[in-house]
Unconditional design. Structure first.
Length: 145
């Protein structure tokens, strides 16, 4: 049976968290990625170590409740959703855009050290800001008659 993957937008997910909705959120990035920064309340289940059946048995919420899954961009979360569906998860929901979009939207994260201490993250955020700013200098070409 072919099923479509269910997704949720980062802003919708943030609204659920802000409204203190009880939910299960797992982060399938590596342990190191999770420790550097993550969403408050998320639990770490790295994809490489994910035992879907064990995770589902240990859930505190009802099996009919959504199980939200996030990774860095969406790829690993989609793979985890497939594994969890195969193990009997009835409602896996992938957070669309993952942590990249979450951070880009300025949504709240818990971090071990200042986020800007991570060179790649700093570079990406500076690059995004560069494109958001109006040009400081504009060049006009002179036409020679």
């Amino acid at each position: 049976m072919l099923r479509c993957m269910t997704t949720i937008d980062c802003l919708e997910m943030a609204a659920l968290i802000d409204n203190r909705q009880p939910l299960d959120l797992i982060d399938v990035r590596t342990e190191q990625e999770f420790r550097s920064f993550h969403i408050r309340g998320a639990r770490s289940f790295p994809l490489r170590e994910l035992l879907a059946a064990k995770l589902l048995q240990g859930r505190k919420r009802e099996a009919t409740e959504p199980l939200y899954i996030i990774c860095n961009n969406r790829v690993r979360a989609s793979l985890a959703a497939g594994m969890l569906t195969g193990a009997g998860c009835r409602q896996p929901v992938v957070v669309d855009g993952g942590m990249e979009t979450w951070v880009r939207e300025g949504l709240s994260v818990v971090f071990k050290r200042p986020f800007w201490d991570f060179p790649l993250a700093r570079f990406c955020c500076e690059l995004i800001e560069l494109f958001r700013r109006p040009a400081l200098v504009t060049y006009e070409s002179r036409r020679v008659a």
